[in-house]
Design a protein around this ligand. Structure first.
Ligand SMILES: Cc1cc2nc3c(=O)[nH]c(=O)nc-3n(C[C@H](O)[C@H](O)[C@H](O)COP(=O)(O)OP(=O)(O)OC[C@H]3O[C@@H](n4cnc5c(N)ncnc54)[C@H](O)[C@@H]3O)c2cc1C
Length: 494
C-alpha cells in the first residue's frame, strides 16, 4: 500500500483534510493536477465554524492575520436604505461569524502548514486518470498533467476533493443533480489603498435597475458583483472604463486597481452519493451553491472536519460503518446552506417590481425592531445533526438535543483538548466514572456553564467537537457503550 488516504485535489478542502489527517498521523498522499495553487480570489468570507476548524490545525490566528472581521451585512433597498440582515457577534464558538478573506492567501497559510506534516506527501502537476476500486483498496492511476506515463498509487481510501467538475465523481458515475441559475454575474476584484468609506461591510444592493453585491475582502482588497440582464452582452461591461464608471459611486477618494473581472454563473448541485465503497467526495466535488451566503468553502471545510476523524478512527480499527454517518450528517446541512444561499440570492436578484416592492416594504417595516435584531443574529443557526454518529440512548438523557450539536468553547477550550475523542466534566463523580471507561477527562472551564445550565455534569466530545453524548453520572455507562460500538477498534484495520 502506498498510503492510507489519497486526496485527489488540493484546493482548500483537500488542504484542510490533509492537515487534519496529518495531525492524526495518517499516511496521506495529496495530488493536484495544477502545478501551483490557484492565485485569483474566489471565496470572500468564512464563518466561526471554519475558524474553529482552522484553530484545530493551529491556524486560526494565521488566517485572521490576513482577514477582516465584518460587523454585519445589509440589504440596500430600492430606496437606497441599508437594512441590516446579519449582525456579527462572537458567539459560543469563540470566533467571529463573518470574516472576509483572500482565498489564495488563506491557501498559502494552509499549504505552508502542510509542509510541516511529515505523514502527508504533496504531489503537484499530476491528475487522476483511472480509478480501480477493490474490496480492500483503491488503485488510482495518475498521470503528469503535462503528459508522460501514468503511475499507480494504491491506497485504502480515496477522497475526491477535486472541485465542481470532479473527475472522481465522474469515474464513480455519481449524478450531480440540481440546477444552474439563469442569472449571470460580473465579479470584479480590486486592490484598494484603504477600506472604502461607503462600504464598511457587505452590501447586497436590491435596486430593480441594477442588482449588485459589494464587500470588503481581506485588508487591501474589495469586491463588486453586478447581475447582468437576460441576454446582455457582458463584454462591454468588462472593459476597464465601464468598470470604472460602475464603481465610481462607491468611492470616496480611495485608489482602486482592478485585479480581475470575470463572469460567473452559479450552480446549486449535490452529488447523489458521497461514498461509493472506499471512495468518498468532499467540498465542491460533493456540493456547490451560489455565493450569496458565503457558504461554499465553509461547507467543504465542515466536510473535511467531519470526515477526517472518521477516516482516522476507521484506519485505527473502528467499524467501517462509521463512514456512512459522514453523508448522513453533512448532506442535510449542506441542503440547509443551499436554501439559505438561494434565499439570499432571491432577495438581491429580484427584478419583478412587485416582488421588489414587497421585499422592501417588509425590510422597512422590520428595520429597527426586535424582530429584525432577532433575525439578523439567527439567520445562520449552528449545525445540529439529526442523525449520525451520536449516542441516541438512553431515551431519558435530559436535553437529548445536546447530542449532535457543537460544544461551545468560549475560552479556547479546544486548545486544551487533545486531538481525538475527549470528555469534559464539571464534577468529580462524572470525571472518575469517565476515566474508568478509559476516556481522557478534561475540565470544561468556563464552558462548564453550558452543561450546568442543562442539568448535565459531563459530555463526550467527538474529535470534531460535536457532542456525542452528554448527561449525568448514571448515563455514562450506556453512552460509553454506544461510543465503543461506534468508534472503538474492532480488530483488523480497514
Ligand atoms: C465568485 C465566487 C465567490 C465565492 N464566495 C465564497 C464565499 O464567500 N465563501 C465560501 O465559503 N465559498 C465561496 N465560494 C466557493 C469556494 O470558492 C469554493 O467552494 C471552494 O474553492 C471549493 O474548494 P474545493 O477544495 O472543494 O475545490 P476547488 O477549490 O475547486 O479545488 C479543487 C482542486 O482539485 C484539483 N483537481 C481538479 N481535477 C483534478 C484531477 N483530475 N486530478 C487532480 N487534481 C484535480 C484542482 O486543480 C483544484 O486545485 C465562492 C466561489 C466563487 C466562484
Amino acid at each position: 500500500m502506498d498510503c492510507d488516504v489519497l486526496i485527489c485535489g488540493l484546493g482548500p478542502v483537500g488542504q484542510l483534510l490533509a492537515l487534519l489527517l496529518g495531525d492524526r498521523g495518517v499516511a496521506t498522499i495529496a495530488i493536484d493536477r495544477a502545478p501551483a495553487p490557484y492565485t485569483l480570489p474566489r471565496a470572500a468570507v468564512i464563518d466561526d465554524e471554519v475558524l474553529r476548524i482552522m484553530q484545530s490545525v493551529g491556524l486560526d490566528r494565521a488566517v485572521l492575520a490576513d482577514a477582516q472581521v465584518q460587523p454585519g451585512a445589509s440589504i440596500v433597498t430600492a430606496a437606497g436604505r441599508p437594512v441590516e440582515v446579519f449582525r456579527s457577534r462572537t458567539g459560543p464558538l469563540g470566533h467571529p461569524p463573518l470574516v472576509s478573506i483572500n482565498q489564495p492567501s488563506m491557501e498559502r497559510t494552509l499549504l505552508a502548514a502542510l509542509a510541516q506534516r511529515p505523514s502527508v506527501e504533496v504531489r503537484r502537476g499530476v491528475a487522476l486518470d483511472v480509478l480501480d476500486r477493490r474490496s480492500d483498496r483503491v488503485e488510482a492511476f495518475v498521470r503528469p498533467a503535462d503528459g508522460g506515463p501514468s503511475e499507480l498509487i494504491r491506497c485504502r481510501w480515496l477522497i475526491g476533493c477535486d472541485g465542481a467538475g470532479s473527475a472522481v465523481r465522474a469515474r464513480l458515475q455519481v449524478p450531480f443533480d440540481g440546477r444552474t441559475a439563469p442569472q449571470r454575474w460580473i465579479v470584479v476584484d480590486a486592490l484598494v489603498d484603504r477600506p472604502l468609506a461607503k462600504v464598511p461591510h457587505p452590501h447586497f444592493v436590491g435596486s430593480a435597475a441594477q442588482q449588485a453585491v459589494t464587500l470588503p475582502m481581506s485588508p487591501g482588497r474589495h469586491r463588486w458583483e453586478w447581475m447582468l440582464k437576460p441576454g446582455e452582452d457582458a463584454e462591454p461591461r468588462l472593459r476597464p472604463e465601464a468598470i470604472g464608471r460602475a464603481i465610481a459611486p462607491w468611492l470616496d477618494g480611495e485608489t482602486v486597481e482592478i485585479e480581475r473581472a470575470v463572469v460567473y454563473t452559479f450552480h446549486t448541485r449535490t452529488a447523489s452519493r458521497w461514498r461509493v465503497g472506499r471512495v468518498l467526495l468532499a467540498g465542491d466535488a460533493a456540493h456547490v451553491m451560489p455565493p450569496f451566503a458565503g457558504q461554499g468553502f465553509s461547507s467543504g471545510a465542515r466536510d473535511a472536519a467531519n470526515l477526517a476523524w472518521k477516516l482516522a478512527d476507521v484506519l485505527a480499527g473502528a467499524p467501517v460503518a462509521l463512514l456512512d454517518s459522514y453523508e448522513a450528517e453533512r448532506k442535510p446541512h449542506v441542503a440547509a446552506m443551499q436554501r439559505l444561499a438561494t434565499t439570499m440570492g432571491g432577495l438581491v436578484q429580484a427584478t419583478d417590481p412587485r416582488i421588489v416592492r414587497a421585499r422592501d416594504a417588509l425590510l422597512h417595516a422590520i428595520d429597527g425592531t426586535r424582530l429584525q435584531r432577532w433575525a439578523a443574529t439567527n439567520v445562520k443557526p449552528l449545525p445540529t445533526y439529526g442523525s449520525g454518529a451520536f449516542a441516541r440512548r438512553p431515551a431519558r438523557i435530559p436535553n437529548r438535543r445536546t447530542a449532535g450539536t457543537l460544544f461551545p468553547q468560549s475560552d479556547r477550550l479546544d486548545d486544551r483538548l487533545p486531538h481525538g475523542w475527549a470528555a469534559v466534566a464539571v464534577d468529580d463523580l462524572a470525571a472518575s466514572l469517565l476515566a474508568e471507561e478509559g476516556l481522557p477527562v478534561h475540565d470544561a472551564g468556563a464552558d462548564g456553564a453550558w452543561l450546568r445550565d442543562r442539568g448535565l455534569t459531563w459530555a463526550l466530545l467527538r474529535p470534531d467537537r460535536f457532542v456525542f453524548g452528554a448527561g449525568r453520572a448514571e448515563q455514562i455507562g450506556p453512552v460509553c457503550a454506544a461510543w465503543r460500538a461506534l468508534a472503538a477498534p474492532v480488530g483488523a484495520v480497514a
